[in-house]
Design a protein around this ligand. Sequence first.
Ligand code: 0X9
Ligand code: ZN
Length: 357
Amino acid sequence: MICPEQANNVKNLLSTFGIPFTVQSENYQQNIVSHENENNLILAESGGNMNWIAYQRFATIQSWMDSMASKYPKIVTLETYGSSSEKRPMRVIKISATGNDGSKPIVWLDGGIHAREWISVATVTYMANEIINRAVSGDRNDLINKVDWYIVPNMNPDGYEYTFTNDRLWRKTRSKAVNSTCYGVDPNRNWDFKWGGKGTSNDSCEITYRGPRPASEPEVASSQKYILSIKNRIKLFLTFHSYSQLLLLPWSYDNVLIPDKSDLEKVAKQGAQALEAVNGTKYIVGPTPQILYSAAGTSNDWVKGVANIKFAYTYELRDTGKDRFLLPPNQIIPSGKETFVGVTAMVQGVMDWFKIN
Ligand code: 0X9
Ligand code: ZN
């Protein structure tokens, strides 16, 4: 992206050096405005109620979680395990068809660690809603009901709200850096495993700022503590980002192979294949540095390396670059449907590996 004053200079430079280019958008702010207007119109029409035809505000998602818990108290429970820099709750919705007595494996899903990646929050809440419906129907032979689901739709609540109120393309948290005018730490560079390595910045004004120390962000510190408290039960960990349509395997900190790559790859390929069968949406499976770039201090690596959870993955959801973070809201339901099928196939793969049931 280039500011209007510099546009001609940059075009001239590219031409001078014979670098081919195409202009994808003459005015990106206009793209943002249209996307926001479209979403706001649907939100206004639906009067503050939860749905999956628009991207929802944090408060709406929270009240929807409350209403699910009060409607189905035996199946849906909520826990607040921390709070953000601006004191929003870090909240997990737990779904258990059979009363969460501690006997069943946990599947962890989280979304919204990067603020602008709205489709991740929407897809995760869509899946939570599907899982609730299936649990309510009470079929104990349903694979979905053989595990307990721990779902955090908003891993970065302050950043998420900031993308609605101030800056649609904000990525980081909203903590204030000391001795700097800049705000925010990249919460996917702040986890306490290989912190400070490749793909991270020590400059608080950068979008990949790692923070002043590992787990400096209350969102990350409380999540680490919470995950450690249930780590023995978590058999599958999935964190949702966008965009690129990738299913990433650890490690992400560097091009180093995990010893059990073939186990993780097998399950991921089952997931990607099942996902693609729904709408033809293609996902590429592979280790992060090989298909994307190296990034240290990610939640995925910490979960594998510190919490010792074998099957830990990062989804990069739709799309592949057309609308990027401004994915039209009419893609929420198709994304939710296909991703849930992919996740289900991965649950099956993990259960088979552990020989559960
Ligand atoms: O850079 C990131 O944090 C992720 N990409 S994004 O465009 N959503 O920001 C990729 C992280 C990849 N690796 C792991 N989480 N392991
Ligand atoms: Zn992301």
